[in-house]
Design a binder for this molecule. Structure first.
Ligand code: SAH
Length: 205
């Protein structure tokens, strides 16, 4: 997996070491354990997916995490990305809208000893009680840049979020605040399940 991550452009030794340390097989359904290190997204429950390892590597590298950073992970899913962020030395708050996924992820993360505070809620609104964050990662596609999340960054903060949707998929965007202005960078195409919430897509009935 590390070779594929390097070939895909992930270079930060801290991220590569973190991904080597986090056992991905613990975060996939037991029937898919043999596939845990294949470079693709895998189904978890409730119609959601654990992101492709390369995408997790790209997102976590883009967060530029430093030891002791406070980081927010929106869309806990299996908890795998939150574990990789914690393994980079961050204190992680992770929000998931589906209680059954949040519960399962919290159990796995605690069993493996990762420093992640898992919460149930609408992550499109962030976590105002824990803000400001040094870094925020969104693991689901937003229809537009989520303003409330941007507001919860500290002065040197980084927000990494897939934005867009439609037939062409999404673009991975990094947003930084520099000298009082928002700086956005396009990190390339990607594909994610939709972010559903107050500052995101509406739930289809
Ligand atoms: N990074 C995760 C995978 C995320 S899949 C992993 O490593 O496993 C995206 C997750 O975002 C899904 O679990 C979905 O339920 C959740 N989600 C969608 N909209 C959300 C919202 N507004 N707040 C919190 N979680 C949300």
């Amino acid at each position: 997996m590390l070779e594929r991550l390097r070939a895909g452009g992930v270079q930060d030794p801290r991220v590569l070491a973190a991904m080597e340390r986090v056992p991905r097989e613990e975060f996939v359904p037991s029937a898919d354990r043999a596939e845990a290190y294949a470079d693709r997204a895998l189904p978890i429950c409730s119609g959601q997916t654990i992101s492709q390892p390369l995408m997790v590597g790209v997102i976590v590298e883009a967060l530029q995490l430093r030891e002791g950073d406070l980081a927010l992970d929106v869309g806990t899913g299996s908890g795998y990305q939150a574990a990789v962020m914690a393994a980079c030395g961050a204190h992680v708050v992770s929000i998931e809208r589906l209680p059954e996924l949040a519960t399962a992820a919290a159990v796995t993360l605690a069993r493996l000893g990762f420093d992640v505070d898992v919460r149930v809620g609408d992550g499109s609104l962030g976590s105002p009680d824990r803000a400001p964050f040094d870094a925020i990662a969104v693991g689901a596609a937003a229809p537009r840049l989520p303003v409330e999340l941007a507001r919860q960054l500290c002065g040197s903060g980084r927000l990494v979020v897939p934005v867009g949707g439609g037939p062409e998929g999404e673009e991975l965007i990094r947003l930084k605040l520099r000298g009082g202005r928002w700086l956005t960078e396009n990190l390339g195409p990607c594909r994610f399940v939709p972010l559903i919430g107050a500052d995101a897509y509406e739930l289809e009935s």
